[in-house]
Design a protein around this ligand. Structure first.
Ligand SMILES: [Zn+2]
Length: 325
């Protein structure tokens, strides 16, 4: 941590001398300001509301795990160059907090989950200090995050307030459609199959929003290794309740889910992988799944179908599963 702080300080000093030059290389077009987001979901949100006014970069790409992510020197340089910074908050970016706080002394740095009410937040077992950070998995919470970004951009750039309001209203309209699609298709899963098992505890808000029981093999952060006892517990439950499918996640190694499948088969049960879900990172850039709406459409559609519910194979708007668009 100390080393990191020194790096930040050094870069801040170097930047005071050379940033004017560096700003020319951010990729921002004429008249655009440079915004930085930590994860892709936050970048997508900011892009949708800032529109053409901002050039938005994210530090973590597809398949990257934000719980374990440590900022690189390039990341710190990007944060220093940025005019405004957005992150999820609720300790999702656990190893970046120090850097974000330092940067926050110099420029606007916003946690998009900041305005969620205390009574909305979940504190799963043994996590009394930190609420569960995976709020984007409930689209209605992401609508509140969109409001947060709208307010932050209006405060940062009041001249374009009307544009940010218009963009936010349009995007929130799309999110509302996504939320009601999710509720509709998830409701078609038969009562006895309403259980979602995945690699880590990313689905607590998802489960509450879309009415399905959730269990993760690992804890809330991917940092904790799944214990043998936890695996055995789950194997017993899966066999007893005849759970048909479990899910892997794009940003978490499959090891623990494979252990689960092996355990169930050893007891003579059958269990398959119901699909790969996007939890802490979106799909590949340039694909529909590489957007927040595409990622959640994929998750809702995949879970509903794998657990015996009804959902169109290509999702809410027929765009799932295509290669680059
Ligand atoms: Zn996570």
């Amino acid at each position: 941590m100390r080393l990191l702080s020194t790096t930040v300080c050094l870069l801040l000093m170097v930047c005071a001398l050379g940033c004017r030059k560096a700003a020319e290389h951010t990729g921002a077009a004429q008249g655009q300001y440079h915004a930085v987001a930590t994860v892709g979901m936050v970048r997508d949100l900011v892009e949708n509301i800032a529109g053409e006014k901002a050039f938005v970069q994210s530090l973590m790409g597809a398949g990257v795990d934000p719980h374990l992510y440590k900022p690189t020197r390039d990341d710190v340089a990007r944060l220093i160059r940025a005019k405004i910074v957005f992150y999820n908050g609720l300790y999702l970016e656990g190893k970046m907090i120090d850097v974000l706080e330092k940067i926050g002394a110099k420029k606007p740095v916003h946690a998009v989950a900041a305005n969620l009410q205390e009574q909305y937040l979940l504190y799963p077992d043994g996590m009394s200090a930190h609420p569960d950070p995976h709020v984007w998995m409930d689209v209605s919470a992401w609508i509140k995050a969109a409001r947060e970004v709208e307010q932050a951009l209006i405060a940062f750039d009041p001249t374009n307030a009307q544009l940010y309001r218009t963009n936010a209203a349009a995007y929130i309209g799309q999110l509302e459609q996504l939320d009601s699609y999710g509720k509709r298709v998830m409701a078609t899963i038969p009562e006895e199959s309403r259980i979602l098992i995945s690699s880590h505890d990313a689905f607590n808000y998802f489960g509450r929003a879309y009415n399905i029981e959730v269990m993760g093999v690992q804890g809330l952060s991917t940092e904790s290794e799944a214990g043998l006892r936890r695996i055995n517990e789950l194997v017993r439950m899966i066999v007893e309740r005849k759970v048909k499918a479990v899910f892997v996640e794009s940003s978490v190694p499959r090891k623990s889910i494979e252990a689960l499948i092996a355990g169930v088969r050893a007891r003579g049960g059958e269990l398959e992988i119901g699909g790969e879900l996007f939890t802490d990172a979106m799909g590949e850039e340039g694909t529909y799944e590489g957007t927040y709406i595409g990622m959640m459409d994929h998750n809702l559609t995949t879970v509903a179908r794998a657990l015996g519910g009804e959902a169109p194979v290509r999702g809410m708007q027929g765009r799932l599963g295509h290669e680059r668009e």
